[in-house]
Design a protein around this ligand. Structure first.
Ligand code: DX5
Ligand code: ZN
Length: 213
């Protein structure tokens, strides 16, 4: 299982320290939650702060856009050369065009789905994607409760992926812990995002990451 801790649960007063800690603690990706206060009722960080984060990160950035204007935010974050950018299907009128744009910038394209969006919505997009991000909470905040129906959704998505694009990864984001990660792995999930579980673990971030793996 690849582990992408979300820095949304880090101490923003000591961000460089907290980013180094997860990289040295064995994470695979650094998950960056970008919120615009419109698509979701919360506002997080922009490219200036993420550029500083990138300097402290020895692992690739996994950018998750929760915004209305994907075009604008992809242009803002592309110069930081993240490994992947996920945008929400629910906020994009031309998802296929957005996938092509992200790939043309040398970044892996990924689509994020809200908890109620059907995985079959991706039937004619999946061949062009490197990853699908399934939300297991409503996007906007860290520390929410895991929505268990994402397990069945991951199983259905896995079937679609096996038929049409076996290299495409499944990432699950929200409320992930050392208990539900087992069911996620069994359902075919490749990457888990974990914010509060990692940063609030009593034995520290390295122990938290190891327990998820
Ligand atoms: C929610 C974000 C998640 C969140 C994960 O909108 O996309 O990445 O920060 O945090 P936890 O693991 O605390 O749910
Ligand atoms: Zn996220």
């Amino acid at each position: 299982m690849l582990v992408a801790p979300s820095i949304l649960s880090a101490d923003f007063g000591h961000l460089a320290h907290d980013v180094k800690a997860i990289c040295e603690g064995g994470c695979d990706l650094v998950h960056v939650d970008v919120m615009d206060g419109h698509f979701v009722p919360n506002l997080t960080i922009g490219p200036v702060v993420v550029e500083a984060v990138a300097k402290s990160a020895s692992k690739p950035l996994d950018v998750h856009l929760m915004v209305e204007d994907n075009n604008f935010f992809v242009d803002l974050f592309a110069p930081l050369k993240p490994e992947s950018i996920s945008f929400h299907l629910e906020s994009e009128r031309h998802p296929h065009r957005m996938i092509q744009k992200i790939r043309s910038l040398g970044i892996r394209p990924s689509i994020a789905l809200n908890p109620n969006t059907l995985p079959e919505e991706l039937e004619f997009l999946i061949e062009d994607l490197d990853m699908v991000l399934l939300m297991s909470v409503n996007p906007g905040f860290g520390g929410q409760k895991f929505i268990p129906s994402v397990i069945e959704k991951a199983q259905r998505l896995k079937r679609l992926i096996e038929q049409r694009n076996p290299d495409c990864l499944i990432e699950v984001d929200g409320g992930v812990n050392n208990i539900n990660v087992r069911e996620l792995a069994a359902a075919g999930v490749d990457v888990v995002v974990a914010g509060s579980y990692v940063y609030k673990h009593p034995e520290g971030v390295a122990e938290a990451i190891a327990s998820l793996k």
